[in-house]
Design a protein around this ligand. Structure first.
Ligand code: CDV
Length: 304
């Protein structure tokens, strides 16, 4: 018997700065309803799905920054999403700015959560690889201030048993790092959910702008194949506040093949029936870690 999970990669088109959470949640619910009609069990939304990608602006007023964060989840704005998904018996994941009091201190993370079909948050991930910079760099066409507005997540990549398999989450820049997939795979993950916001223009190496879509798929396909893991990569796409974001949200099989891909830069759902047992095609063969992997020979990998 196969373990089939029908997954929907729910790409979101641009979100304007003035759009409210309620506006966005309405769009997410529309995608959830579409997914339910197509027999989907899990819908994956992008990084920072509830707002515009705010790290593109330098803001000195912390209150202005904090307006982009959620202090509880679910909250009044997202509850309708949780309610509709639960009524349709469909699970989902999405990213948001998390503002939390822990150990008597305020923390801000770039976070993603996974919610099961009964509406329970079953997994939380705080972004480990934060790209960008901390100070205002006016020479850039737009800022990428993730290092200013977020702390890096301090919990290693983790997994959860849900949807009949073992799932893990990562966020945007994490997908470029081979360690992300290997850590998740070593922990037994069979599917990795990754939301992203990736501008076409990369100010530090504009000569690579034309390679953004290629690099997006290159790293996720390589990560899927070398670790025998399903990868669901989901974009916030299109021209958002004057900044072009790549699309090409996709579902990638453990063989590294793209089996479904978005073809627009707007709200779009692509669906695939993912057989979680297909991870074994790779893990029992070419990348049988127990048989062939030589961790003793890679001491630099954990040297820091
Ligand atoms: N949101 C991101 O992490 N974006 C980065 C950009 C800055 C390169 C990415 O890796 O796609």
């Amino acid at each position: 018997m196969t373990r089939m999970l029908t997954v929907g990669a729910a790409q979101l088109g641009p979100i304007a700065r003035q759009d409210s959470r309620r506006d966005v949640v309405e769009r997410m619910i529309a995608l959830i309803e579409k997914a339910a009609a197509r027999g989907v069990g899990l819908v994956v939304f992008p990084e920072l799905a509830l707002t515009t990608f705010f790290p593109r602006w330098f803001m000195e007023d912390q209150a202005e920054v904090d307006a982009f964060f959620e202090t509880s989840m679910p909250n009044a704005d997202t509850q309708p999403l949780f309610d509709r998904a639960r009524a349709l018996k469909i699970g989902f994941s999405f990213g948001y700015g998390e503002l939390v009091e822990e150990g008597g201190e305020t923390h801000r993370y770039n976070t993603a959560i996974l919610v099961d079909a009964a509406g329970n948050i079953v997994h939380r991930y705080r972004k480990i690889h934060l790209p960008g910079h901390s100070e205002h760099e006016p020479w850039r066409a737009f800022q990428h201030l993730e290092k200013r507005y977020f702390e890096p997540g301090m919990e290693p990549f983790s997994t959860c048993e849900a949807f009949g398999g073992v799932l893990s989450q990562a966020i945007c820049n994490d997908r470029r790092w081979p360690e992300t997939y290997r850590e998740a795979s070593l922990r037994g993950a069979e599917m990795l959910l990754i939301g992203y916001n990736t501008p076409v223009h990369y100010p530090l190496a504009p000569e690579h702008d034309h390679l953004q879509c290629f690099h997006n798929h290159l790293c996720m396909q390589a990560g899927a194949y070398a670790n025998g893991i399903w990868v669901v990569g989901v974009a916030k796409a299109g021209k958002e506040e004057g900044c072009d974001l790549i699309g090409q949200s996709c579902i990638i099989a453990p063989t590294g093949e793209i089996v479904a891909m978005a073809s627009t830069l707007g709200d779009e759902l692509v669906v695939h029936d993912c057989d979680l047992d297909r991870c074994d095609e790779i893990r029992r063969n070419i990348f049988n870690f127990k048989l062939h992997r030589r961790p003793d020979m890679y001491p630099m990998l954990s040297a820091g």
